[in-house]
Every structure is written in C-alpha cells, then in structure tokens.
Design a protein around this ligand. Structure first.
Ligand SMILES: *Cc1c(COP(=O)(O)O)cnc(C)c1O
Length: 364
C-alpha cells in the first residue's frame, strides 16, 4: 500500500525573497521559521490526510493529554544546499526510524517511514528558498508528535498530531570552533534503566533543565550525565553524545560510551563511528567512569574529547568541572582528530566529499 501524497495549501502571506534574505543574513538557531509546516492527524486508529500549510499556531483543547501527561516526542535533522544547487537531507530515514522507536516507548502510534520522508520532502520543497547557501549553515527540520485527546483519564491518547516545522540554522560556531566547558552532574540524573533515556521525548528535556541551569551557575556551558545506578559511568552531554580520543602507540583510537538503554542513540554518533573507520581510526564502544576520564587525561593517554549531535555536529570539550575537581583537555584547544572527523562529516553533508555510504537523500 503506498502512502497518500501530502496536500499542499500554499501560504498567501509567505515572505518575499528580499524579506527572507534579510532575515537569513544571520539566522542563528531555532528562532526563525519557514513559511509552511506539515500536519498529519491520527484518529480512529489511522493517519489522516497530511497537509503542507502556512506555518502558524496549533489549536488544542486545554484538556489535550499532552498538556497533562506529556506524551510528546520529537526529532531533528538537516537539509543542506549542495554544490550543484540541489538540496539533500542527511540520513532522514534514520530519524524516521528512531521517531518510531520513541513513539513505541511512549505508547504512541508509528508513522510510516515513507510518510515521514514525504512530509519532509514536501516541506523542504515548498520552502527551499529558506535553505541557507553557506557552508556550515542548513535548514533544520523539527518533526514532533503530541497526544491530542481531550480527556483527563490516564491512558495512552487515542488521537495524535504529527507536525513538522523547519528553521534555517546559521553556523553553530560563527566565530570559529571553540571548545566548551562541561559540568559533571552528581545531583541529578537524566535517565534510569527502564526509563525513557533512549527515546527522544520532551520529558527527558524537561527533567534536564535544572541540571543545565546548575552547570551554568558553575560557569559551564553544558551538563554531563552519569548513569543513574552507580553514578559513575559517563553517559552523554546535554543533548549530545560524547567521544573520547586516545593515543595508543601514536595512533588515535575513538572511544564512546556504549548504548546501555539509557543513552540516546545519536545518528551523528553512529555516523562518526563509521567516518572514524573510513579515516583509519580504530573505535570502541565502552563503559567509562568519570574517574577513568580524569585519570586518562592526567596520564596523557586521552588526548581529545568532543560531543556530537545534529545541531552542532561536533563540539570539542576543553574543560571539565565537577564537585571538588576540574581538569583541562588538550590545553583547552581544538584537537586534530576532532577537527578531522568534523571536516569529514561536514564534507559529506555539504556535498564536498563523496557520500560513500549513501547517507544523503536528494530532496529537489
Ligand atoms: C538528539 C539527541 C542526541 C543526538 O542525536 P543526533 O541524532 O546525533 O542528533 C544526543 N543526546 C540526546 C539526549 C538527544 O536528545
């Protein structure tokens, strides 16, 4: 059975090219939205006709269950202008599949991968004038699903709304890549075994904000999470996965925390494990304690640390702070392995390096 096409209802108030160009001179992140959005409602056990329509407010009953019990999931992926003027998205199927794993964990219905892809392609196509042209810039796609039953009883909602919006994103580091300082949180945890750590759900973020605020109070940019049981294993950083670079007999070895069920399995993480292999680096998925992190930096075995995710791609970590100690990695500077991985992945995304794994999806 093929998925129905998305109905197109063009905006009558879309910005002119000149107005759009003015806004896009400095897009920043997540504050500027394109002229359209996609909505697909789910009711009576089925997805209804999908629509591309003017970007605008959603109407919800105050009793909508998402507002009370938080059945809400989301994704994030990017479209990039290619050197030949075409537009490509990076591994959108991977996001569609993860969206459905998140949906399953939150007792929400799956959205056919093909429909997710059609929705993205239709939105990008109608708003292609919003895809930034400069290297480092992209159009960020934000699909999400919320429970819309007007009912206060506690059970999975029977009605849902899938929405996709798009936001032009500027270079993450307009002043050049600069390492961040991280705070290892010992007071709060992000995810416990059996919880929702593997799902990209809104609630995970709600629960993280206080720890993130604490990190900022400590003069840090981001929080690093430890596992909920031992409170010693490194899990991830804010909304990004972590990588550690070791020097073993002069060769770089890339190490990342293994997916234990409490980490979010990043598409960037997975892609970088492959890119590392392509560059001839050995890689390992391990369990690493905060103590080991500190010891391996002190002994000089660990030479670089970075975080990765769709928004920033790769962010070097230069300084680490926790209660009672702090240390610096690579003199607080960008490391060569980190930057080589970053260049390699950005090259594939922007079409300046060969896409040997078929990761780019051509939209238009
Ligand atoms: C989205 C996310 C990531 C990164 O995933 P990508 O697919 O690489 O963008 C990492 N951690 C958390 C908690 C996330 O929500």
């Amino acid at each position: 059975m093929s998925t129905p096409d998305i109905l197109i209802q063009p905006s009558t108030t879309a910005l002119s090219a000149a107005e759009r160009e003015k806004l896009m001179a400095s897009p920043g992140f997540g504050k500027l939205f394109t002229d359209h959005m996609v909505t697909i409602a789910y009711k009576d056990g089925a997805w209804q006709q999908g629509q591309v329509k003017p970007y605008g407010p959603l109407t919800l009953a105050p009793s909508a269950s998402v507002l009370h019990y938080g059945q809400a999931i989301f994704e994030g992926f990017k479209a990039f202008m290619q050197p030949d003027g075409s537009i490509g998205t990076f591994r959108p199927e991977a996001n569609a599949e993860r969206f459905n794993r998140s949906a399953a964990r939150l007792a929400m219905p799956a959205l056919p991968v093909e429909l997710f892809m059609k929705a993205a392609d239709a939105l990008i196509n109608i708003d292609k004038g919003w895809v930034p042209k400069n290297v480092g810039e992209s159009l960020y796609l934000r699909p999400f699903m919320i429970a819309t039953d007007a009912f206060l009883g506690v059970r999975p909602s029977k009605e849902y709304l899938f929405v996709m919006i798009a936001s032009p994103a500027g270079a993450y580091f307009p002043q050049g890549v600069k390492p961040v300082t991280v705070w290892i949180s010992e007071d709060y945890v992000r995810a416990a075994p059996g919880g929702t750590g593997e799902a990209k759900c809104a609630g995970n973020y709600a629960a993280s904000l206080l720890a993130q605020a604490q990190a900022q109070d400590e003069g840090c940019d981001q929080v690093v999470w430890l596992d909920a049981v031992q409170r010693s294993y490194i899990e991830e950083m804010g909304g990004m996965n972590l990588f550690f670079v070791y020097n073993e007999n002069g060769k770089p070895v890339i190490v990342t925390p293994e997916l234990t069920g409490t980490l979010l399995p990043g598409v960037t993480r997975r892609s970088l494990l492959q890119v590392a292999k392509d560059l001839g680096y050995e890689s390992r998925e391990v369990k690493l304690t905060a103590q080991q992190w500190r010891d391996d930096v002190a002994s000089g075995r660990m030479t670089e640390v970075f975080a990765c995710g769709t928004a920033a791609v790769i962010t070097p970590v230069g300084h680490v702070k926790a209660k009672g100690y702090n240390f610096t990695i690579n003199n607080g500077e960008n490391g060569p392995v980190t930057m080589a991985l970053r260049d390699a992945l950005l090259g594939i995304q922007h079409g300046t390096k060969p896409d040997t794994h078929g990761w780019m999806h051509k939209v238009c």
